[in-house]
Design a protein around this ligand. Structure first.
Ligand SMILES: NC(=O)c1ccc[n+]([C@@H]2O[C@H](COP(=O)([O-])OP(=O)(O)OC[C@H]3O[C@@H](n4cnc5c(N)ncnc54)[C@H](OP(=O)(O)O)[C@@H]3O)[C@@H](O)[C@H]2O)c1
Length: 344
């Protein structure tokens, strides 16, 4: 059984990674189609050792396509995902357009795989925000054992989370600083080279940013609506890999050693936690990896049943493309999708 898969946003950071991961994991494809805006029509992207010519989304007919992995931003998704879904093609969307829609499942396969069956309502499945995806992978196994009451998280998010323009801006500004050129600020609100910016997405009325609100809403939707979470999301001059300093208050007692053992066995998690120089993960080492890495696990005696830890993952992989491909794999494993065209 193999599937015709369309990758929308194939020229972008997430789309390119999507093509890599579909190939690396040997997802059963009969054909892969690379789609982007008309600007990219005819340009080439790699899929394994093959080269695909990019087609324009608005000229493509989805009627014989089985799965569409969409990573072209919220506006494109809002316009296209419902139309594509109505053509019988299952959309796995990376944007925030449908994440909070009650008729659209928001899925991290290690966390809430059973919620996927809801997808038939709209033929759309949402992928969470990159910073939430890695957080819930690390929280879920601890929540199952000791019940999380409250989480306080500060993120250190890489520039690739803001698309290819974000990566270009860090590179261009860093170069400009070194050659004593003028440093232009375009994509971010302040200079990102040799700086950090405590502002991701738009401000809301209560003073939090939309990125911070997303972490709250998505953790509640996927893990448990009773969990209280507060976040501070910060952009840092790192190309790939989001890091998070996480403080958790549990209902039941749990020691750092117990948490370490639980996380060692947990799907998608890798513990790297030695109390010595370099005995922890940094975003540089997480780039290109699939795992959510957990380091610096320690008890926090300032609250009852408190733990602190450091969680790092490649935001383009677990935070986006890998999670989307795992969702496609889940559809296949559970027999929730059949190819429209039977293999000859
Ligand atoms: N980066 C992350 O860590 C991350 C994590 C989770 C979710 N996401 C989400 O994934 C999406 C893409 O992110 P990214 O980082 O890959 O951005 P990106 O590098 O800026 O790429 C954007 C992609 O969207 C395409 N696109 C833009 N307008 C289009 C249109 N009108 N029709 C068809 N295609 C269009 C672009 O094609 P052209 O090259 O033709 O312009 C490009 O392929 C966003 O919704 C983002 O929120 C990103």
């Amino acid at each position: 059984m193999s599937f015709k898969v369309a990758v929308v946003g194939a020229t972008g950071n997430v789309g390119r990674e999507m093509l890599n991961i579909l190939d690396e994991r040997g997802f059963p494809v009969s054909e892969v189609v690379a789609l982007a805006s008309r600007r990219s029509q005819g340009t080439e992207v790699s899929f394994g050792d093959r080269t695909l010519k990019v087609k324009a989304l608005d000229q493509y007919d989805f009627s014989d396509t089985d799965i569409c992995v969409m990573s072209a931003g919220g506006n494109v998704s809002k316009e296209w995902s419902p139309k594509i879904g109505k053509q019988g093609c299952v959309v796995i969307d990376n944007s925030s357009a449908f994440r909070y829609d009650q008729d659209v499942p928001l899925i991290v396969p290690e966390v809430n795989p059973d919620a996927i069956s809801l997808f038939t309502r709209k033929n759309i499945i949402a992928n969470p925000n990159c910073s939430t995806a890695q957080l819930v992978v690390a929280l879920k196994p601890l929540h199952d054992v000791a019940t999380i009451k409250r989480v306080v998280v500060a993120t250190y998010q890489s520039v690739s989370g803001a698309g290819k323009e974000g990566m270009d801006e860090l590179f261009t500004q860093t170069r400009a600083v070194f050659v004593a050129d003028q440093v232009d600020v375009k994509k971010f609100t302040k200079r990102i080279a040799f700086n950090v910016i405590p502002h991701i997405d738009v401000f809301l009325d209560d003073g939090f940013t939309k990125e911070e609100w997303k972490m709250v809403a998505e953790t509640k939707k996927m893990l448990d609506p009773k969990i209280k979470l507060t976040a501070t999301c910060v952009r840092v001059p790192v190309f790939i890999g989001h890091s998070e300093a996480v403080n958790i208050e549990f209902e039941k007692p749990i020691t750092a050693d117990e948490a370490r053992e639980i996380l060692r066995e947990a799907p998608g998690c890798q513990v790297l936690d030695k109390r010595e120089d370099g005995g922890y993960i940094t975003p540089l080492e997480s780039a290109g990896e699939d795992a959510t890495f957990i380091s610096r696990i320690r008890e926090d005696s300032t609250v009852d049943n408190g733990l602190s830890m450091w969680v790092v993952s490649d935001n383009l992989r677990k935070g986006a493309a890998l999670n989307a491909v795992q969702i496609a794999e889940l559809l296949v494993e559970r027999g929730l999708i059949q190819p429209k065209k039977k293999a000859a």
